[in-house]
Structure formats: structure tokens, C-alpha cells
Ligand binder design. Structure first.
Ligand SMILES: [Fe+2]
Ligand SMILES: [Fe+2]
Length: 274
């Protein structure tokens, strides 16, 4: 029986300091449920404050390797598809931590409760995504931890640990928006391989990730308004400051638009990197 902490910040830190992936994702879902029950009852759990770890606890496996050392496998093969799902599971687990981290790390900045609603919902969905992909791996006789995974996924969080607008820029509006660009191609790979559970899981992820990007854009624009900053100029400056590498076309312009990211936010950064 998991004891629910008294404040949302303490819930967040508890998820972040839980190493086991199944336990981490179970807590993510349970604490989200507790948060929304409190909200529905008109008695929201206090936000509180708590010190998030510099890096979240992670299971002993997978082994974390530098991106260049992670073996590349062709997606047209069963081993390649397994590796692809394994990489997605790794991203989803990291995303659970990223959403709880934004909740715990910036409590000194007063934000409307809707800010917390959005990130708690996102953290809940990432936990669901991790479980969905874990089930797909199980169908293939695999599991999260069987293959090595990318180290350095936490880099964006570390770089923006003291800058909420930087965090919103790099995590939901650049990294999660990139997910919208690449997910249709992944769904196609599993369609060709006739793997219906992977198709359904990735379609759920694709639909829900639009929301996460939209939350990023919403609160980024909110803070621009609060500080009377120009959103496009600010976005460009923060990407240049915190994001290492180019924004890679092709972009999913339709889903980016749905998520509140206009073309003049990302095109100038892509072109400049050519
Ligand atoms: Fe996700
Ligand atoms: Fe997400």
C-alpha cells in the first residue's frame, strides 16, 4: 500500500526518487488520481515545496550509454522494431520524471493551479505510455532494461533547472514537439510489420502528446504575458541558449499548430542551423 504524501511537491519528489520503473509509474498514476480527486472536491492538495533531486532515480537496467555507443538497428527487422519500442519506453519513463520535475522545481514561482493540473495530467499519461510500450515489449518477449539506452536524456532538465521559461521552451515546445514530428513514421513501421498493439499504443501516445506540447505553449505564453516579453523573440533566444543542436525538419506543421506552436517559432531556427 503506497502512502500518498501530503503535498504535490512531496508527491513529485517521491516519484523522482523512486528507481523501479513499475513503482515509479504506479506512483505517478496514483498521485495524479489523488490530485484530481482533491481538485474535484474543491480541496486541492497543497502544492508545498520540496527539493527535487538533481537527477531522478532510475533502475539498474537499462545500461545507459552515450548516444553514439547505442547500437543502431534497422527498423525493417524484428530486432530493429524491438529496439525502437525500447527507445520509446526509455523516453516515456524520462518524460514521467520531467513532468514531476517541473512540478517540484519551480514552486517558488507563483502559478495558477491549472499549471499543476496540466503537468500532473501529463505525468499520469506518460506513466500510462510507459506501461503501454512495456506491454508491447512483453509481446515480443522483451522488457524495458533488456537493451542499453541513451544517457543524457536529463541534460535538458539540468540545463534549465533554474529557468522555468527555458524549461517550457526546451522540454514541451522543442523535445515533445519533435515527438509529434516523428511518431507518424513510427506508426507506419508497425503498420508494415502488422503489429496492432504497437500501432494502438503509439496512436494513443501521438494523440496525448499534442496536449503536452499545448500545455508548454500555453504556460510559456502566460509567462511572456506576465513579463511583457515578445513570445517569438523569447522562444528563439531560449532555444539558442539551452538547446544543443538544430531543429530538424520535416516538421509536423498540422499538429504543431494544434498545439499552439506557429511556424515562425521553429522555421527560423531550423534554417539557421543548416
Ligand atoms: Fe509520452
Ligand atoms: Fe509527453
Amino acid at each position: 500500500m503506497i502512502q500518498i504524501p501530503d503535498t504535490l511537491a512531496a508527491c513529485a519528489v517521491d516519484v523522482l526518487t523512486t528507481a523501479d520503473a513499475m513503482e515509479k509509474t504506479a506512483k505517478s498514476r496514483l498521485y495524479a488520481k489523488a490530485w484530481f480527486e482533491g481538485r474535484a472536491a474543491g480541496q486541492p492538495m497543497p502544492i508545498g515545496s520540496a527539493e527535487p533531486p538533481a537527477r531522478p532515480a532510475r533502475p539498474e537496467r537499462p545500461e545507459l550509454l552515450a548516444p553514439r555507443d547505442v547500437p543502431r538497428r534497422r527498423p525493417g527487422t524484428p530486432a530493429g522494431r524491438k529496439a525502437l519500442l525500447h527507445a520509446v519506453a526509455h523516453i516515456e519513463l524520462n518524460a514521467v520524471d520531467l513532468h514531476w520535475d517541473i512540478i517540484a522545481r519551480f514552486t517558488a514561482t507563483p502559478m495558477p493551479l491549472g499549471f499543476y493540473d496540466d503537468w500532473v495530467k501529463s505525468a499520469d499519461e506518460e506513466a500510462k505510455h510507459f506501461r503501454l510500450i512495456s506491454d508491447c515489449l512483453a509481446t515480443l518477449g522483451s522488457y524495458y532494461g533488456e537493451l542499453p539506452a541513451h544517457a543524457g536524456m536529463w541534460r535538458a532538465a539540468e540545463d534549465t533547472a533554474t529557468d522555468l521559461m527555458g524549461r517550457l521552451t526546451v522540454v514541451p515546445m522543442v523535445l515533445e514537439a519533435r515527438g509529434l514530428d516523428v511518431t507518424p513514421g513510427m506508426i507506419e513501421i508497425f503498420r508494415k510489420a502488422d503489429q496492432p498493439d504497437a500501432i494502438a499504443s503509439l496512436e494513443t501516445i501521438y494523440a496525448e502528446e499534442v496536449g503536452h506540447v499545448a500545455y508548454g505553449s500555453k504556460w510559456f505564453h502566460f509567462l511572456c504575458g506576465r513579463h511583457e516579453m515578445d513570445p517569438k523573440e523569447t522562444f528563439h533566444a531560449l532555444v539558442r541558449k539551452y538547446f544543443h543542436g538544430a531543429l530538424k525538419p520535416p516538421f509536423n506543421e498540422e499538429k504543431r499548430a494544434e498545439a499552439g506552436i506557429p511556424p515562425d517559432f521553429y522555421w527560423p531556427l531550423a534554417e539557421q542551423a543548416e
